[in-house]
Ligand binder design. Sequence first.
Ligand code: ATP
Ligand code: MG
Length: 424
Amino acid sequence: MAKQMQAIRGMNDILPDQSGLWQILEMTIRNLVAGYGYQEIRMPIVEQTELFKRSIGEVTDIVEKEMYTFDDRNGDSLTLRPEGTASCVRAGNQHGLLYNQQQRLWYMGPMFRHERPQKGRYRQFHQVGVEAFGFDGPDIDAELILMTARLWRLLGISEHLTLELNSLASNEARAEYRAALTEFLRSHEADLDEDSLRRLASNPLRVLDSKNPLMQDVLAHAPKLSEYWDNASREHFSQLCARLDAAGIAYVHNERLVRGLDYYNRTVFEWTTQSLGAQGTVCAGGRYDGLVAQLGGKATTAVGFAMGLERLVLMLELADTLKVPAPVDIYIAAMGEAAELPATQIAESLRDALPTLRVQQHCGGGNFAKQLKKADKSGAKLALILGEQEILEQTITVKFLREDKPQATLSYQELLKLLQSTEF
Ligand code: ATP
Ligand code: MG
C-alpha cells in the first residue's frame, strides 16, 4: 500500500467537527469589529524578509529563531509572515493610507513561527489583528481594550481572563531605564541564567520577561520602569487607567510586561488566562508610534493588538459557552425512484423560499430505515418524507426528529407555513 502522507508538524487541519466553533468565533469577531467601525485589510502571507527584520527587531525571539525564511527562485529572501502588524504598516505606507489620515483596520489569517509545538503553540496558527493609525491619545488605547473586553463577554469567557497593563514610556525614558537595568543586571551576573545572560547582551528589557522563578527573585530588587517614565507617558497611562476604571474594566499594572517585539512604546497590554497552562497569553498589543516612519512612511502614531484564535478555541472548548448548531436543519428522504425528482424540486423550492434554511437531500438511495437513520445522524430537526402515497396525493410527510410529536402530512403551502414559524 502507498505510504500515507502527513501534515507538517505543528500545522493543523481544522476538521469539520471543529470548524463550526471556528466559524462562530470568526463571525462574532467580524460583527464585533464592524460594531466599532473598523475595516478589513487583507495582506499577502509572504513578504520580504527585511520587512520583519526591520520592524520586529533583529534580536527578538521571532527574528532570531522562529521565522520560516527561504530564497525564492529569483534568490530573493522571503518569509512566511510571523505576525500581521509589519505587513499592515507596509501596506498602509505603500498605498498611502496612513499619512495625515486616521485608519481603523483589522485582519484575520494564518501566521507562521518555527516554535516547539505544544498545546496552544503551533507552527501555523491564526491571529486576528486590529490596528488604529493616526490617533495619539489614550482614548483609542481604551477603545481597543474595551473592544477586547466586549469580545470576552460575547464569548462568555470574561471570568477566565485577566488584563495586564504597562507603559514602556518614550524611547528616551526607556533608554535611560535600559541603562539602569543593565547596570543592575551586570552587578548580579552570577545569578542570571543562560537565557538572561544572552538577553542582557542583546535586549536587556527582555530579561524582565523571564519565566524562570530564580530570575524573578533577582528581579524583585531591580529598578522599576515606572520610576523612569516621562511625564507625558505617565499622563497617557493614568488617563487610560481612568477610562478603564470608568468602563468597569479591571486590570493589573505589571511593571515587567515588556512584550517581545521591539516596536512598542507607551501602552502595552496582555489578556492572560490560567486555563491554558504555559500558553496563557490570548491577546496582546500596544502602541508603536515609531514603526510607520521606521518602515519608510511619514511619522504616524499607531496602536493595535493581536489575538491567537487557537488559544481562544481551546478556551471556548473548556468553557463550553457556545452552542454549535448541527450543520443541517431539514433532511429530505425519498422512498422509491418516482419520488426522487420531486424531492429535489421540493429541496430547491425550499432553498428559494427560505434562503437561511439548511436543507440536505438524501443521496444514494436505500430503504426507509437507512434514510431515516441518516436523517437522525445529520442533526436535522425535521425529516421530510416523500413516498408513493405522498406523490399521489401531492403531500409531504413531516417527521419531528427532536420532539415527541406525531408526524404530519401537509401540502407544500402548509409545509412552508410550518417552516416559517419554526425556530431552527
Ligand atoms: P508567547 O509569549 O505565547 O510566545 P507572543 O508574545 O510570541 O506569545 P504575540 O507575538 O504577541 O505572541 O502574538 C499575539 C498572540 O498570538 C499571542 O498572544 C497568542 O495568543 C498567539 N500566538 C503567538 N504565537 C503563537 C503560536 N506559536 N501558536 C499559537 N498562537 C500563538
Ligand atoms: Mg512567542
